[in-house]
Design a protein around this ligand. Structure first.
Ligand code: PLP
Length: 480
Protein backbone atom coordinates (compact mmCIF):
# COMPACT_ATOMS: atom_id res chain seq x y z
CA UNK A 1 0.00 0.00 0.00
CA UNK A 2 2.99 2.29 0.20
CA UNK A 3 3.54 4.21 -2.96
CA UNK A 4 6.84 5.35 -4.23
CA UNK A 5 6.54 8.80 -5.65
CA UNK A 6 9.22 9.17 -8.22
CA UNK A 7 10.48 12.70 -8.70
CA UNK A 8 7.08 14.10 -8.13
CA UNK A 9 8.37 17.43 -6.97
CA UNK A 10 11.27 17.54 -9.36
CA UNK A 11 9.18 16.75 -12.42
CA UNK A 12 9.72 19.05 -15.38
CA UNK A 13 7.08 21.78 -15.31
CA UNK A 14 5.55 20.73 -18.60
CA UNK A 15 4.49 17.42 -17.08
CA UNK A 16 2.48 19.10 -14.36
CA UNK A 17 -1.23 19.78 -14.37
CA UNK A 18 -2.41 23.34 -14.85
CA UNK A 19 -3.38 24.12 -11.23
CA UNK A 20 0.03 22.94 -9.93
CA UNK A 21 1.78 24.99 -12.58
CA UNK A 22 -0.25 28.02 -11.58
CA UNK A 23 0.67 27.55 -7.93
CA UNK A 24 4.35 27.30 -8.81
CA UNK A 25 4.09 30.41 -10.98
CA UNK A 26 2.44 32.29 -8.11
CA UNK A 27 5.22 31.16 -5.83
CA UNK A 28 7.76 32.50 -8.31
CA UNK A 29 5.93 35.81 -8.72
CA UNK A 30 5.63 36.49 -5.01
CA UNK A 31 9.02 34.92 -4.26
CA UNK A 32 7.60 32.83 -1.46
CA UNK A 33 8.31 29.18 -0.89
CA UNK A 34 5.21 27.15 -1.66
CA UNK A 35 5.89 24.96 1.39
CA UNK A 36 5.84 27.88 3.81
CA UNK A 37 2.98 29.52 5.66
CA UNK A 38 3.45 32.98 4.15
CA UNK A 39 2.68 31.54 0.70
CA UNK A 40 -0.75 30.43 1.99
CA UNK A 41 -1.32 33.93 3.38
CA UNK A 42 -0.38 35.46 0.05
CA UNK A 43 -2.74 33.15 -1.86
CA UNK A 44 -5.58 34.05 0.50
CA UNK A 45 -4.97 37.75 -0.02
CA UNK A 46 -5.13 37.30 -3.80
CA UNK A 47 -8.19 35.06 -3.70
CA UNK A 48 -11.08 36.69 -5.62
CA UNK A 49 -13.58 34.61 -3.57
CA UNK A 50 -12.08 35.38 -0.15
CA UNK A 51 -15.12 37.44 0.92
CA UNK A 52 -17.36 34.36 0.87
CA UNK A 53 -15.66 32.86 3.92
CA UNK A 54 -17.12 35.74 5.94
CA UNK A 55 -20.62 34.60 5.00
CA UNK A 56 -20.19 31.32 6.91
CA UNK A 57 -20.19 30.32 10.55
CA UNK A 58 -16.98 28.40 11.16
CA UNK A 59 -16.84 26.47 14.45
CA UNK A 60 -14.15 27.44 16.92
CA UNK A 61 -11.82 24.85 18.37
CA UNK A 62 -13.48 25.39 21.76
CA UNK A 63 -16.92 24.61 20.29
CA UNK A 64 -16.07 21.26 18.81
CA UNK A 65 -16.18 18.12 20.94
CA UNK A 66 -12.69 16.79 20.45
CA UNK A 67 -12.64 14.18 23.17
CA UNK A 68 -9.11 14.20 24.54
CA UNK A 69 -8.68 17.81 23.72
CA UNK A 70 -5.35 19.40 24.48
CA UNK A 71 -5.35 23.20 24.64
CA UNK A 72 -1.57 23.16 24.42
CA UNK A 73 -1.82 21.90 20.86
CA UNK A 74 -4.10 24.64 19.47
CA UNK A 75 -5.59 27.98 20.34
CA UNK A 76 -9.11 27.33 21.61
CA UNK A 77 -10.41 30.64 20.32
CA UNK A 78 -9.27 30.03 16.76
CA UNK A 79 -11.57 28.59 14.10
CA UNK A 80 -11.09 24.90 13.50
CA UNK A 81 -9.65 23.53 10.26
CA UNK A 82 -12.90 22.35 8.73
CA UNK A 83 -12.24 20.11 5.72
CA UNK A 84 -15.42 18.07 5.82
CA UNK A 85 -17.61 19.86 3.27
CA UNK A 86 -18.04 16.53 1.46
CA UNK A 87 -19.97 15.26 4.46
CA UNK A 88 -21.71 18.31 5.92
CA UNK A 89 -21.09 21.82 4.65
CA UNK A 90 -20.97 24.76 7.06
CA UNK A 91 -23.84 27.09 7.88
CA UNK A 92 -24.23 30.34 5.96
CA UNK A 93 -24.81 33.29 8.30
CA UNK A 94 -27.99 34.16 6.39
CA UNK A 95 -29.66 30.80 7.05
CA UNK A 96 -30.84 31.61 10.55
CA UNK A 97 -32.36 34.87 9.34
CA UNK A 98 -34.17 33.14 6.46
CA UNK A 99 -35.56 30.39 8.68
CA UNK A 100 -36.54 32.83 11.43
CA UNK A 101 -38.47 34.91 8.93
CA UNK A 102 -40.65 31.92 8.06
CA UNK A 103 -41.10 31.02 11.72
CA UNK A 104 -42.23 34.59 12.30
CA UNK A 105 -44.62 34.40 9.35
CA UNK A 106 -46.09 31.22 10.78
CA UNK A 107 -46.38 32.84 14.23
CA UNK A 108 -48.15 35.93 12.97
CA UNK A 109 -50.12 34.70 9.96
CA UNK A 110 -50.83 31.02 10.54
CA UNK A 111 -52.38 29.40 7.50
CA UNK A 112 -52.51 32.74 5.68
CA UNK A 113 -48.75 32.33 5.11
CA UNK A 114 -49.59 29.96 2.28
CA UNK A 115 -51.19 32.53 0.01
CA UNK A 116 -51.98 35.90 1.57
CA UNK A 117 -48.46 37.25 1.86
CA UNK A 118 -46.33 39.34 -0.48
CA UNK A 119 -43.06 37.67 0.35
CA UNK A 120 -42.55 33.97 -0.54
CA UNK A 121 -46.04 32.47 -0.19
CA UNK A 122 -45.56 28.91 1.06
CA UNK A 123 -47.71 27.23 -1.57
CA UNK A 124 -45.15 28.17 -4.23
CA UNK A 125 -42.07 28.24 -1.96
CA UNK A 126 -40.14 25.70 -4.08
CA UNK A 127 -40.29 28.04 -7.06
CA UNK A 128 -37.82 30.31 -5.29
CA UNK A 129 -35.15 27.63 -5.30
CA UNK A 130 -35.73 25.54 -8.43
CA UNK A 131 -34.24 28.11 -10.82
CA UNK A 132 -31.12 28.48 -8.68
CA UNK A 133 -30.74 24.70 -8.38
CA UNK A 134 -31.02 24.49 -12.17
CA UNK A 135 -28.22 27.06 -12.58
CA UNK A 136 -25.91 25.02 -10.35
CA UNK A 137 -26.35 21.82 -12.38
CA UNK A 138 -26.53 23.33 -15.88
CA UNK A 139 -30.21 22.66 -16.47
CA UNK A 140 -33.37 24.48 -17.53
CA UNK A 141 -35.70 25.55 -14.74
CA UNK A 142 -38.37 23.15 -15.99
CA UNK A 143 -35.96 20.25 -15.52
CA UNK A 144 -35.34 20.68 -11.80
CA UNK A 145 -37.37 20.50 -8.62
CA UNK A 146 -36.25 20.46 -4.98
CA UNK A 147 -38.04 17.87 -2.86
CA UNK A 148 -37.63 15.04 -0.34
CA UNK A 149 -34.43 13.32 0.75
CA UNK A 150 -31.90 11.93 -1.70
CA UNK A 151 -32.55 8.20 -1.34
CA UNK A 152 -36.28 8.85 -1.40
CA UNK A 153 -35.79 10.59 -4.74
CA UNK A 154 -33.68 7.74 -6.11
CA UNK A 155 -36.61 5.44 -5.34
CA UNK A 156 -39.12 7.83 -6.90
CA UNK A 157 -37.11 8.21 -10.10
CA UNK A 158 -36.42 4.51 -10.49
CA UNK A 159 -40.16 4.06 -10.95
CA UNK A 160 -40.32 5.89 -14.32
CA UNK A 161 -36.72 5.30 -15.37
CA UNK A 162 -36.08 1.66 -14.57
CA UNK A 163 -38.41 -0.17 -16.95
CA UNK A 164 -36.94 -3.65 -17.33
CA UNK A 165 -37.92 -6.09 -20.05
CA UNK A 166 -37.01 -9.76 -20.38
CA UNK A 167 -34.06 -9.00 -22.66
CA UNK A 168 -33.05 -5.73 -21.09
CA UNK A 169 -33.24 -5.73 -17.33
CA UNK A 170 -29.72 -5.11 -16.02
CA UNK A 171 -28.53 -2.08 -14.09
CA UNK A 172 -24.93 -0.94 -14.55
CA UNK A 173 -23.34 0.67 -11.52
CA UNK A 174 -19.88 1.71 -10.34
CA UNK A 175 -18.22 -0.83 -8.04
CA UNK A 176 -18.20 0.17 -4.35
CA UNK A 177 -21.10 2.55 -4.88
CA UNK A 178 -22.65 4.33 -1.91
CA UNK A 179 -24.65 1.78 0.13
CA UNK A 180 -27.91 3.71 -0.01
CA UNK A 181 -27.82 3.81 -3.81
CA UNK A 182 -27.00 0.14 -3.89
CA UNK A 183 -29.91 -0.70 -1.57
CA UNK A 184 -32.31 1.37 -3.68
CA UNK A 185 -31.23 -0.34 -6.90
CA UNK A 186 -31.33 -3.75 -5.30
CA UNK A 187 -34.86 -3.21 -3.98
CA UNK A 188 -36.16 -2.15 -7.41
CA UNK A 189 -34.57 -5.18 -9.04
CA UNK A 190 -36.29 -7.40 -6.49
CA UNK A 191 -39.55 -5.50 -6.92
CA UNK A 192 -39.47 -6.43 -10.62
CA UNK A 193 -38.53 -10.03 -9.85
CA UNK A 194 -34.85 -9.93 -10.83
CA UNK A 195 -31.90 -11.27 -8.91
CA UNK A 196 -29.37 -8.54 -8.03
CA UNK A 197 -26.59 -11.16 -8.18
CA UNK A 198 -27.07 -11.45 -11.94
CA UNK A 199 -28.90 -8.25 -12.88
CA UNK A 200 -26.67 -5.72 -11.13
CA UNK A 201 -23.49 -5.27 -13.17
CA UNK A 202 -20.56 -3.52 -11.53
CA UNK A 203 -17.61 -1.82 -13.18
CA UNK A 204 -14.53 -2.10 -10.99
CA UNK A 205 -11.02 -0.72 -11.06
CA UNK A 206 -8.24 -2.86 -12.45
CA UNK A 207 -6.04 -4.91 -10.20
CA UNK A 208 -3.59 -2.63 -8.40
CA UNK A 209 -5.44 0.55 -9.40
CA UNK A 210 -7.58 2.68 -7.15
CA UNK A 211 -10.13 4.22 -9.49
CA UNK A 212 -12.02 3.33 -12.65
CA UNK A 213 -10.83 3.90 -16.17
CA UNK A 214 -13.35 5.58 -18.44
CA UNK A 215 -12.35 3.18 -21.21
CA UNK A 216 -13.36 0.23 -19.00
CA UNK A 217 -16.75 1.80 -18.27
CA UNK A 218 -17.36 2.45 -21.96
CA UNK A 219 -16.19 -1.03 -22.91
CA UNK A 220 -18.66 -2.62 -20.49
CA UNK A 221 -21.46 -0.47 -21.90
CA UNK A 222 -20.51 -1.47 -25.45
CA UNK A 223 -20.29 -5.15 -24.58
CA UNK A 224 -23.33 -5.50 -22.34
CA UNK A 225 -25.39 -2.46 -23.36
CA UNK A 226 -28.13 -4.40 -25.08
CA UNK A 227 -29.07 -6.12 -21.84
CA UNK A 228 -28.74 -2.97 -19.71
CA UNK A 229 -31.93 -1.06 -18.94
CA UNK A 230 -30.34 1.57 -16.72
CA UNK A 231 -26.89 3.01 -16.08
CA UNK A 232 -26.73 4.54 -12.60
CA UNK A 233 -23.45 6.09 -11.50
CA UNK A 234 -22.37 8.47 -8.81
CA UNK A 235 -21.23 11.57 -10.74
CA UNK A 236 -18.35 11.87 -8.31
CA UNK A 237 -17.41 8.76 -6.35
CA UNK A 238 -17.90 9.37 -2.63
CA UNK A 239 -14.99 7.15 -1.51
CA UNK A 240 -12.21 7.80 -4.02
CA UNK A 241 -13.28 11.29 -5.08
CA UNK A 242 -13.15 10.28 -8.76
CA UNK A 243 -15.17 12.50 -11.09
CA UNK A 244 -16.69 10.42 -13.86
CA UNK A 245 -16.97 11.56 -17.44
CA UNK A 246 -20.73 11.94 -17.40
CA UNK A 247 -20.98 13.23 -20.94
CA UNK A 248 -19.08 10.28 -22.31
CA UNK A 249 -20.99 7.70 -20.21
CA UNK A 250 -24.32 9.23 -21.25
CA UNK A 251 -23.42 9.15 -24.93
CA UNK A 252 -22.20 5.57 -24.78
CA UNK A 253 -25.32 4.51 -22.86
CA UNK A 254 -27.68 6.22 -25.29
CA UNK A 255 -25.94 4.60 -28.26
CA UNK A 256 -26.90 1.25 -26.77
CA UNK A 257 -30.45 2.35 -25.92
CA UNK A 258 -29.93 2.56 -22.15
CA UNK A 259 -31.41 5.14 -19.80
CA UNK A 260 -28.65 7.05 -17.98
CA UNK A 261 -28.94 8.62 -14.52
CA UNK A 262 -26.52 10.03 -11.94
CA UNK A 263 -26.38 10.49 -8.21
CA UNK A 264 -24.76 13.88 -7.85
CA UNK A 265 -24.48 13.98 -4.04
CA UNK A 266 -20.72 14.63 -4.22
CA UNK A 267 -20.68 16.47 -7.52
CA UNK A 268 -23.21 19.24 -6.97
CA UNK A 269 -21.68 22.49 -5.74
CA UNK A 270 -18.29 20.84 -6.21
CA UNK A 271 -17.76 20.64 -9.98
CA UNK A 272 -19.33 22.28 -13.02
CA UNK A 273 -22.22 20.32 -14.46
CA UNK A 274 -24.09 20.58 -17.78
CA UNK A 275 -26.83 18.03 -17.29
CA UNK A 276 -29.04 19.40 -20.05
CA UNK A 277 -26.32 19.57 -22.71
CA UNK A 278 -24.87 16.21 -21.76
CA UNK A 279 -28.31 14.75 -22.35
CA UNK A 280 -28.46 12.93 -19.00
CA UNK A 281 -31.94 11.38 -18.56
CA UNK A 282 -32.30 12.02 -14.86
CA UNK A 283 -30.28 12.79 -11.74
CA UNK A 284 -30.69 13.65 -8.09
CA UNK A 285 -28.53 15.00 -5.30
CA UNK A 286 -28.60 16.19 -1.71
CA UNK A 287 -27.78 19.75 -0.69
CA UNK A 288 -26.12 19.29 2.70
CA UNK A 289 -22.64 18.43 1.40
CA UNK A 290 -21.00 21.02 -0.89
CA UNK A 291 -24.21 23.07 -1.03
CA UNK A 292 -24.23 23.94 2.68
CA UNK A 293 -27.99 23.78 3.22
CA UNK A 294 -27.91 22.05 6.60
CA UNK A 295 -28.14 18.53 8.05
CA UNK A 296 -30.73 16.42 6.23
CA UNK A 297 -31.42 19.32 3.85
CA UNK A 298 -33.64 18.92 0.81
CA UNK A 299 -32.64 16.88 -2.18
CA UNK A 300 -33.39 17.96 -5.74
CA UNK A 301 -33.98 16.08 -8.97
CA UNK A 302 -33.25 16.67 -12.64
CA UNK A 303 -35.38 15.21 -15.40
CA UNK A 304 -34.31 16.02 -18.93
CA UNK A 305 -36.61 18.20 -21.00
CA UNK A 306 -37.11 15.33 -23.46
CA UNK A 307 -39.14 13.58 -20.76
CA UNK A 308 -40.99 16.73 -19.64
CA UNK A 309 -44.23 15.90 -21.39
CA UNK A 310 -44.00 12.17 -21.36
CA UNK A 311 -47.03 11.61 -19.17
CA UNK A 312 -47.01 7.90 -20.00
CA UNK A 313 -44.04 7.43 -17.69
CA UNK A 314 -45.39 5.65 -14.63
CA UNK A 315 -44.86 7.65 -11.48
CA UNK A 316 -45.84 7.65 -7.83
CA UNK A 317 -48.46 10.37 -7.82
CA UNK A 318 -49.30 13.00 -5.24
CA UNK A 319 -51.27 16.23 -5.24
CA UNK A 320 -48.17 18.41 -5.54
CA UNK A 321 -47.33 16.87 -8.91
CA UNK A 322 -50.80 17.83 -10.10
CA UNK A 323 -51.34 21.00 -12.19
CA UNK A 324 -51.21 24.06 -9.98
CA UNK A 325 -54.33 25.71 -11.43
CA UNK A 326 -56.69 22.87 -10.60
CA UNK A 327 -54.89 21.32 -7.64
CA UNK A 328 -57.23 22.69 -5.04
CA UNK A 329 -60.39 21.65 -6.86
CA UNK A 330 -59.72 18.35 -5.17
CA UNK A 331 -61.16 16.07 -7.84
CA UNK A 332 -59.71 12.65 -8.51
CA UNK A 333 -58.28 13.00 -11.99
CA UNK A 334 -54.47 13.34 -11.82
CA UNK A 335 -53.18 15.96 -14.25
CA UNK A 336 -49.37 15.97 -14.00
CA UNK A 337 -47.40 19.20 -14.19
CA UNK A 338 -44.95 19.47 -17.06
CA UNK A 339 -41.30 18.67 -16.29
CA UNK A 340 -39.68 17.72 -13.02
CA UNK A 341 -42.42 19.43 -10.99
CA UNK A 342 -44.82 16.70 -12.07
CA UNK A 343 -42.91 14.25 -9.90
CA UNK A 344 -43.51 16.13 -6.66
CA UNK A 345 -45.69 14.37 -4.15
CA UNK A 346 -46.09 16.45 -1.00
CA UNK A 347 -46.17 20.15 -0.29
CA UNK A 348 -42.59 21.34 0.36
CA UNK A 349 -41.07 21.77 3.84
CA UNK A 350 -40.79 25.55 4.08
CA UNK A 351 -37.99 25.82 6.64
CA UNK A 352 -35.80 23.43 4.64
CA UNK A 353 -36.59 25.24 1.43
CA UNK A 354 -35.46 28.65 2.68
CA UNK A 355 -32.38 27.09 4.24
CA UNK A 356 -31.55 25.77 0.78
CA UNK A 357 -32.32 29.18 -0.69
CA UNK A 358 -29.90 31.05 1.57
CA UNK A 359 -27.08 28.70 0.56
CA UNK A 360 -27.93 28.67 -3.15
CA UNK A 361 -27.85 32.45 -3.28
CA UNK A 362 -24.24 32.41 -2.13
CA UNK A 363 -23.24 29.68 -4.57
CA UNK A 364 -24.85 31.27 -7.59
CA UNK A 365 -23.33 34.63 -6.65
CA UNK A 366 -19.86 33.09 -6.45
CA UNK A 367 -20.60 31.08 -9.67
CA UNK A 368 -19.60 27.46 -10.13
CA UNK A 369 -16.96 28.48 -12.64
CA UNK A 370 -15.03 30.58 -10.11
CA UNK A 371 -15.60 28.09 -7.31
CA UNK A 372 -14.24 25.27 -9.44
CA UNK A 373 -11.19 27.30 -10.39
CA UNK A 374 -10.34 28.01 -6.75
CA UNK A 375 -11.17 24.44 -5.82
CA UNK A 376 -8.63 23.05 -8.28
CA UNK A 377 -5.98 25.32 -6.85
CA UNK A 378 -6.82 24.38 -3.26
CA UNK A 379 -6.80 20.66 -4.00
CA UNK A 380 -3.65 20.91 -6.11
CA UNK A 381 -2.02 22.80 -3.26
CA UNK A 382 -3.10 20.16 -0.74
CA UNK A 383 -1.76 17.39 -2.96
CA UNK A 384 1.53 19.18 -3.48
CA UNK A 385 2.02 19.75 0.24
CA UNK A 386 1.13 16.16 1.12
CA UNK A 387 3.49 14.76 -1.49
CA UNK A 388 6.27 16.95 -0.15
CA UNK A 389 6.04 15.05 3.16
CA UNK A 390 7.03 11.84 1.40
CA UNK A 391 9.56 13.61 -0.78
CA UNK A 392 11.30 15.32 2.13
CA UNK A 393 11.65 12.11 4.01
CA UNK A 394 13.06 10.40 0.96
CA UNK A 395 15.68 13.11 0.78
CA UNK A 396 16.50 12.78 4.47
CA UNK A 397 16.43 9.02 3.93
CA UNK A 398 15.31 8.41 7.47
CA UNK A 399 13.50 5.25 8.45
CA UNK A 400 11.68 3.27 5.82
CA UNK A 401 8.63 5.01 7.15
CA UNK A 402 5.20 3.98 6.11
CA UNK A 403 3.44 6.73 4.29
CA UNK A 404 0.19 7.06 2.52
CA UNK A 405 -1.26 6.86 -0.91
CA UNK A 406 -3.68 9.34 -2.42
CA UNK A 407 -6.26 7.09 -4.08
CA UNK A 408 -7.98 9.99 -5.88
CA UNK A 409 -7.05 10.64 -9.54
CA UNK A 410 -4.15 13.06 -10.05
CA UNK A 411 -5.74 14.68 -13.05
CA UNK A 412 -7.71 17.73 -11.83
CA UNK A 413 -10.36 17.07 -14.50
CA UNK A 414 -11.01 13.64 -13.00
CA UNK A 415 -11.61 14.76 -9.44
CA UNK A 416 -13.41 17.42 -7.40
CA UNK A 417 -12.35 19.02 -4.13
CA UNK A 418 -11.81 15.78 -2.24
CA UNK A 419 -8.60 13.84 -1.74
CA UNK A 420 -8.87 10.37 -0.22
CA UNK A 421 -5.73 9.42 1.63
CA UNK A 422 -5.09 5.74 2.29
CA UNK A 423 -2.67 4.76 5.04
CA UNK A 424 -0.93 1.38 5.33
CA UNK A 425 -2.20 1.12 8.92
CA UNK A 426 -5.37 1.79 10.91
CA UNK A 427 -6.05 5.53 10.82
CA UNK A 428 -7.83 5.72 14.15
CA UNK A 429 -4.89 7.27 15.95
CA UNK A 430 -4.00 9.78 13.25
CA UNK A 431 -7.64 10.73 13.03
CA UNK A 432 -7.73 11.31 16.78
CA UNK A 433 -4.51 13.29 16.80
CA UNK A 434 -5.81 15.48 13.98
CA UNK A 435 -9.01 16.09 15.93
CA UNK A 436 -7.01 17.15 18.96
CA UNK A 437 -5.41 19.78 16.77
CA UNK A 438 -8.76 21.10 15.59
CA UNK A 439 -8.77 19.39 12.20
CA UNK A 440 -12.19 18.12 11.13
CA UNK A 441 -11.96 15.51 8.36
CA UNK A 442 -13.74 12.24 7.70
CA UNK A 443 -12.52 8.76 8.48
CA UNK A 444 -13.59 5.73 6.44
CA UNK A 445 -12.54 2.83 8.57
CA UNK A 446 -10.12 1.19 8.64
CA UNK A 447 -7.52 3.22 6.76
CA UNK A 448 -8.85 6.06 4.62
CA UNK A 449 -9.20 9.71 5.51
CA UNK A 450 -11.25 11.88 3.17
CA UNK A 451 -10.38 15.56 3.06
CA UNK A 452 -12.07 18.30 1.08
CA UNK A 453 -11.36 22.01 0.94
CA UNK A 454 -14.64 23.69 0.01
CA UNK A 455 -13.73 26.72 -2.08
CA UNK A 456 -16.65 28.81 -0.84
CA UNK A 457 -15.36 28.97 2.75
CA UNK A 458 -11.99 27.21 2.99
CA UNK A 459 -8.77 29.13 2.68
CA UNK A 460 -5.26 28.27 1.57
CA UNK A 461 -4.31 28.72 5.22
CA UNK A 462 -6.73 25.90 6.17
CA UNK A 463 -4.91 23.65 3.74
CA UNK A 464 -1.54 24.72 5.06
CA UNK A 465 -2.57 24.00 8.65
CA UNK A 466 -3.85 20.59 7.60
CA UNK A 467 -0.49 19.81 6.01
CA UNK A 468 1.40 20.99 9.07
CA UNK A 469 -0.72 18.89 11.42
CA UNK A 470 -0.75 15.79 9.22
CA UNK A 471 3.03 15.86 9.09
CA UNK A 472 3.19 16.20 12.85
CA UNK A 473 0.68 13.39 13.42
CA UNK A 474 2.40 10.98 11.02
CA UNK A 475 5.69 11.52 12.78
CA UNK A 476 4.01 10.99 16.13
CA UNK A 477 2.30 7.78 15.07
CA UNK A 478 5.28 6.37 13.15
CA UNK A 479 7.78 7.05 15.91
CA UNK A 480 5.91 5.12 18.53
C1 PLP B 1 -24.52 11.37 0.92
C2 PLP B 1 -25.02 10.37 -0.04
C3 PLP B 1 -26.28 9.77 0.14
C4 PLP B 1 -27.12 10.08 1.35
O1 PLP B 1 -28.44 9.75 1.15
P1 PLP B 1 -29.61 10.45 1.99
O2 PLP B 1 -30.82 9.87 1.41
O3 PLP B 1 -29.47 11.92 1.81
O4 PLP B 1 -29.43 10.09 3.42
C5 PLP B 1 -26.70 8.88 -0.83
N1 PLP B 1 -25.92 8.57 -1.90
C6 PLP B 1 -24.71 9.13 -2.08
C7 PLP B 1 -23.88 8.77 -3.27
C8 PLP B 1 -24.21 10.03 -1.14
O5 PLP B 1 -23.00 10.56 -1.32
Amino acid sequence: MIIIIKDWLSQPLTKMYAPTLELLKCSETCRLNILREDFAKYMDECDPLKEFRNHFLIPKNSDIPFGEFDSKLVDLQETCVYLCGHSLGLQPKSTKEYVNKELEKWATKGVCGHVNVDDKPWWIIDEFVNGLCAQIVGAKELEVVAMNGLTVNIHLLLVPFYRPTVNRHKILVEGKSFPSDYFALESHLKLHGYDPATSLVEVNSRQGETFLRTEDIIKTIEEEGESIALIWFGGLQYYTGQLFDMKCITEAGHKKGCIVGFDLAHAVGNVELSLHDWGVDFACWCSYKYLNSGPGALSAVFIHERHAKNFDLPRLEGWWGHEKESRFQMDHKFLPRTGAAGFQISNPPVLQTVSLLSALELHTKATMKSLRKKSQLLTGYMEYLLMSIIEEDKVNSTSAAQYFQIITPKNPCERGAQLSIMFPYDTQQIFLELKRRGVVVDERKPNVIRVAAAPIYNSFMDVFKFYKYVKECIQLVCNQ
